[in-house]
Write a protein that binds this ligand. Structure first.
Ligand code: HOZ
Length: 425
């Protein structure tokens, strides 16, 4: 038995499904997950000493690849000073200054420990600020696993067939209005049906949790205008896209100013972190200034702050977005050309360092069209890539990610593997 299989058997005895986050269990693609013992650059080394080119990048955070020496040194230096103080620390201030500089829509920011905490807190803040209860979210957008947001959710919830999680009281779900992404008419109808009741609208401006999907031209602008007209707080969940689509996220690329923004992943440099921020008049409703409570023992943790600061400074220095976009485009164009040669349909939406392969002839622009992707073909494709040493997300409903460590040779090899995997379908 392989070391990974042995570990998985042991894990299943004690950890539900053998994993601490559902998508990792490989259930939608079949087979058993591999365990990773180390990672460096764009390469994962499994417990069985296989080397894999990694296009999951720890689900987004590893924009500089794994174990980057600069980030590692920053963590080591912070570690020397202590792991957690439970008091304000200087790193938090530096992090806030960096975030505010990269995201002009953010005037004030609060650190927390995960993307889930960020979105959950932003929703509570929007409700406390507007004194309204209802929120709008979009089908297939995944904003972590708090109760109000686990409704028609993407990511693992969709992958495992539970987009509406058990355990969410119906009375909570009633306060969440779910609409199709990319549909302004549906948004208008929802505002008309709930006059003066919508506290906020939360969206992944580019979706990354139902595969990667981009908005139609004018959609996000239309969303902004309607939120302003109806006094609803517009919340951009840029946990995945922040610092990844551009330094200032989707909002920079699309030139839209949301009221609140949720961040995570890259800002922790690989350690657990989240943040939410935005208009000062809204943020000042948070305790201790205002009545909306939010807190965390490890919030602003010095190790996570140090890792995140190093990661953001590297991005500032390298400005890697055009290069990453070119590499991602090459990978996607290779998949599209191989599919054309083979006579099968594939959609390859991509931007900067995010991409997806949907095996469907239908252009993918929302949850319903994402579901037209052929899951059986995806499964065969996924395993063909994995067998040849290329690790893609083990779900048709997760985005792929590149990092600055994905150099020419890594992309050359990945293109060869993707080409052969599609031609072999
Ligand atoms: N929800 C994450 C991806 N969208 C998965 C995180 C993980 O399994 O590590």
């Amino acid at each position: 038995m392989s070391v990974s299989n042995d570990l998985f058997e042991r894990a299943k005895q004690l950890i539900p499904g053998g994993v601490n986050s559902p998508v990792r269990a490989f259930r939608s693609v079949g087979g058993a997950p591999f365990f990773v013992k180390s990672a460096r650059g764009a390469t994962l080394t499994t417990a069985d000493d296989r080397e894999l080119i990694d296009f999951v990048c720890t689900w987004g955070p590893a924009i500089h690849g794994h174990n980057h020496p600069v980030i590692k040194a920053a963590i080591a230096k912070a570690l020397d000073a202590g792991t957690s103080f439970g008091t304000p620390n200087p790193h938090e201030v530096e992090m806030a200054e960096l975030i505010v500089r990269f995201f002009p829509s953010i005037q004030k920011v609060r650190m927390c420990n995960s993307g889930t905490e960020a979105t959950m807190s932003a929703i509570r803040l929007a409700r406390g600020f507007t004194k309204r209860d209802k929120i709008i979210k979009f089908a297939g957008c995944y904003h972590g696993h708090s109760d109000s947001l686990l409704i028609k959710a993407g990511s693992g919830a969709l992958t495992h067939g539970n987009p509406d999680s058990a355990g969410v009281p119906a009375s909570f779900a009633q306060e969440t209005v779910v609409l199709p992404y990319n549909d302004l008419a549906a948004l208008d109808a929802a505002f008309a049906a709930n006059p003066g009741q919508i506290a906020g609208v939360i969206i992944e401006p580019y979706c990354g949790n139902v595969g990667f999907i981009m908005p139609d031209a004018g959609y996000l602008q239309g969303l902004r205008e309607r939120c302003t007209a109806h006094g609803a707080v517009l919340i951009f969940d840029e946990v995945m896209t922040g610092f990844r689509i551009a330094k200032g996220g989707v909002q920079e690329r699309e030139n839209i100013t949301p009221d609140l923004t949720c961040l995570g992943k890259i800002i922790g440099g690989g350690l657990p972190v989240g943040a939410f921020g935005g208009r000062a008049d809204i943020m000042d409703h948070l305790a201790p200034l205002g009545p909306v409570y939010q807190a965390g023992t490890l919030s602003g943790n010095p190790l996570a702050m140090a890792a995140g600061i190093a990661s953001l400074r590297l991005l500032e220095e390298l400005d890697p977005y055009a290069r990453l976009d070119a590499l991602t485009t090459r990978l996607c164009d290779t998949a599209a050309a191989a599919a054309k040669a083979k006579g099968i349909a594939v959609q390859t939406p991509h931007c900067a360092s995010m991409f997806s392969f949907f095996f469907t002839e239908t252009p993918v622009r929302d949850y319903a069209t994402a579901l037209t992707g052929d899951a059986t073909v995806f499964k065969t494709f996924f395993h063909a890539c994995l067998d040849a040493g290329v690790y893609l997300a083990p779900s048709a409903y997760e985005a792929g990610f590149l990092s600055t460590a994905h150099d020419g040779p890594a992309i050359d090899r990945a293109c060869e593997v993707v080409d052969a995997a599609i031609r072999g379908l």
